[in-house]
Design a protein around this ligand. Structure first.
Ligand SMILES: O=C(O)C/C=C/C(=O)C(=O)O
Length: 133
């Protein structure tokens, strides 16, 4: 946790996928106080014809590299932290060759009680609220 899912077109190279995944994790660490070792990411690659992504909505110009990043994390981040996270990931992706228009990010929040990291134990039973960080 957080759990990040990256849905990317299959033509991206492993190196391109790695820099995107690194950008997502570093962004969470830098802007949202996620512990550095707390990295859980799943990458799915899709054939181009399986990605139904509008090329221009709402006012962007997506290329075939367009990727979608979904992040599930704990509730409690501020609006500014979320804005900073979007900016961090997009800026880092652009510096490594992506177009900022190709980086779509969706955040979903849940509560500590919604996570079990193993052993059948609820993470929420021993977690301090994010708002205090
Ligand atoms: O507080 C921890 O040790 C783990 C933090 C998790 C998150 O920041 C998150 O999932 O959003």
């Amino acid at each position: 946790m957080p759990l990040a899912r990256l849905s990317v077109p299959a033509h991206l190279s492993p190196a391109q996928i790695r820099v995107l995944a690194d950008a997502v994790h570093e962004g969470l660490v830098e802007t949202c106080s996620v512990p550095p070792k707390d990295r859980f990411q799943l990458v799915s690659t899709y054939a181009r014809e399986m990605m139904f992504i509008d090329p221009t909505f709402p006012d962007v110009a997506r290329t075939p590299d367009a990727s979608i990043i979904e992040i599930l994390f704990l509730e409690g981040r501020t609006m500014d932290q979320k804005r900073n996270l979007f900016r961090w990931i997009a800026d880092r992706a652009v510096r490594t060759g992506f177009s900022g228009d190709d980086i779509m990010i969706v955040l979903t929040e849940n509560a500590p009680v919604d996570w079990s990291l193993g052993r059948g134990l609820a993470f929420g039973d021993h977690h301090a609220p994010m708002v205090s960080r």
